[in-house]
Design a protein around this ligand. Structure first.
Ligand SMILES: O=P(O)(O)OC[C@H]1O[C@H](OP(=O)(O)OP(=O)(O)O)[C@H](O)[C@@H]1O
Ligand SMILES: Nc1ncnc2[nH]cnc12
Length: 195
């Protein structure tokens, strides 16, 4: 997979080199053509979850990166960002804030609308989930057009937090999502073709 090694120069990490771990993660991702719409190459991360070694490599690589930064909060996007974000927060010993689809959070919320590769949607965050000035890393499984992450940045800013970086397991570079992030650092483990 071109580019994956360069995307993940961690120095000394676990006992397995970072590039080998990235390759194991990349190999564990299943591609489902034409889901949920014709023309979409769906990058299915549920097959990472079936492989405990690849799943652990994913959380370990992200932990090694964010242990070095001062991070107060990991914010993960429903649905698949919750899967990777929550164990990362545990590993870092910091708070986890879920960013959820409309109507799912029971308390008062703030929201931001966005457009993805195949849908229009909204994310919500609980009022009071973030404290003023907290340093936040946004986590999702994948960046495509960048609409979801951009909405996450908007939400964190509305709540008075500071987004330090965004982290995704997968980037679809052809969809140029990075360009929507206005220079926010984006850390990805694997690049894939999405269309
Ligand atoms: O960069 P973007 O174009 O915004 O697309 C990326 C988003 O799309 C997918 O979620 P989806 O909207 O399919 O929701 P789901 O995880 O609930 O299925 C993916 O998990 C990201 O959250
Ligand atoms: N190609 C893709 N695979 C998986 N999730 C996605 N979200 C947006 N585009 C996607």
């Amino acid at each position: 997979m071109p580019g994956t090694v360069e995307l993940c120069k961690m120095g000394k990490g676990g006992s397995v080199a970072a590039d080998e771990r990235v390759e194991a993660i990349s190999n564990a991702i299943r591609v489902i053509p034409n889901f949920p719409k014709p023309g979409i190459q769906f990058q299915d991360v549920t097959t990472i979850l079936l492989d405990p070694v690849a799943f652990k490599h994913t959380i370990d690589l992200l932990t090694e990166r964010y242990r070095k930064l001062k991070v107060d909060v990991i914010a993960g996007f429903e649905a698949r960002g919750l899967i990777f974000g929550a164990p990362l927060a545990i590993a870092l010993g910091c708070a986890f804030v879920p960013l959820r689809k409309p109507g799912k959070l029971p308390g008062a919320t703030i929201s931001a609308d966005y457009v993805t590769e195949y849908s229009t949607d909204r994310i919500e965050m609980h009022v009071g989930a973030l404290q003023l000035g907290q340093r936040v890393v946004l986590v999702d499984d994948l960046i495509a057009t960048g609409g979801t992450l951009r909405a996450g940045v908007e939400l964190v800013k509305k709540a008075g937090g500071e987004v330090v970086e965004a982290a995704c397991v997968i980037e679809l570079p052809e969809l140029k999502g990075r360009e929507k992030l206005d220079g926010l650092p984006l850390h990805v483990l694997v690049e894939k073709e999405g269309i």
